[in-house]
Design a protein around this ligand. Structure first.
Ligand code: SF4
Ligand code: SF4
Length: 241
């Protein structure tokens, strides 16, 4: 698996405090543009100039934050195209002891025959494709009890940054996420252009929510709003526990 982790910086002060910064490579941005433009109805091209649409793409391909990681994780089912490429192209995956215990519980200790011991865990005896991948159905045969690393992909945990996004030449999740992000930005532009009163009302409301939750004021209202709702969900889940 070609993996280009783009995590660069976590600013200590200022508005981006605590947010993870990712840099989107040029080739990925081109694919986001293609996907985004394909998603739009012909009427949109009559209402927005090429420059305005490009602005949406540029903004969408800006820094990714920790909140983006959470949104991606929560919407992985719709962002993932179930192509199976991650299972076909994977390097040896490290199954933790906990992952293997889970497999043993459902499949018996015979499952150990599929693994060799590797450092702190186990790796499958065959990869590219993974031994648990069924090419006919394009599905993981242990899907319900697959290891945590596969549940997270293309995100992964990082000791320094928390959750980070892995960019690979085959996975469509980052492209789909950034294209949907561009669509959200376009909706924001549409409201601003065609319903200034509503835009003003949203802006005021968003400002209040953001102030209350301490969210950066530098991003667009739609991005701020999605951050605000996401943060609100996280906080309210925390409160229920
Ligand atoms: S364990 Fe399943 S999800 Fe993970 S790489 Fe193998 S086939 Fe894919
Ligand atoms: S490569 Fe990406 S889009 Fe394809 S199945 Fe894996 S996670 Fe989903």
């Amino acid at each position: 698996m070609v993996m280009l982790d783009m995590a660069k910086d976590r600013k200590k002060n200022g508005e981006e405090h605590g947010l993870l910064i990712h840099h989107i490579p040029r080739w990925l941005k081109d694919q986001v543009k293609r996907k985004f433009l394909n998603m739009l109805k012909p009427e949109v091209f009559e209402r927005f100039s090429e420059e305005e649409l490009q602005e949406c793409i540029d903004e969408a391909c800006g820094p990714l934050t920790a909140i983006d990681m959470v949104i991606m994780l929560k919407n992985m089912d719709s962002l993932c195209e179930k192509c199976g490429e991650c299972c076909r192209n994977c390097d040896p995956i490290l199954f933790t002891d906990r992952d293997v215990q889970r497999l043993k519980k459902f499949m018996g200790k015979e499952v150990l025959a599929f693994f060799k011991r590797h450092g702190k865990g186990y790796t499958p005896i065959k990869t590219r494709p993974c031994i648990f991948f069924d090419e006919q159905t394009k599905r993981c045969t242990i899907y319900e009890i697959r290891p945590d690393v596969c549940r997270l992909f293309p995100l992964k945990t990082d000791s320094k940054f928390g959750l980070i996004l892995q960019i690979t030449p085959y996975c469509k999740v980052p492209i789909n996420y950034l294209a949907y992000r561009a669509t959200g930005i376009l909706i924001g532009k549409m409201i601003k252009k065609e319903n200034p009163a509503l835009d003003k009302a949203i802006e005021t409301q968003v400002k209040e929510i953001c102030e209350e939750l301490g969210i950066s004021k530098s991003s667009s209202p739609i991005r701020q709003l999605s951050k605000a709702f996401e943060l609100y969900n996280i906080l309210s889940r925390g409160r229920k526990r």
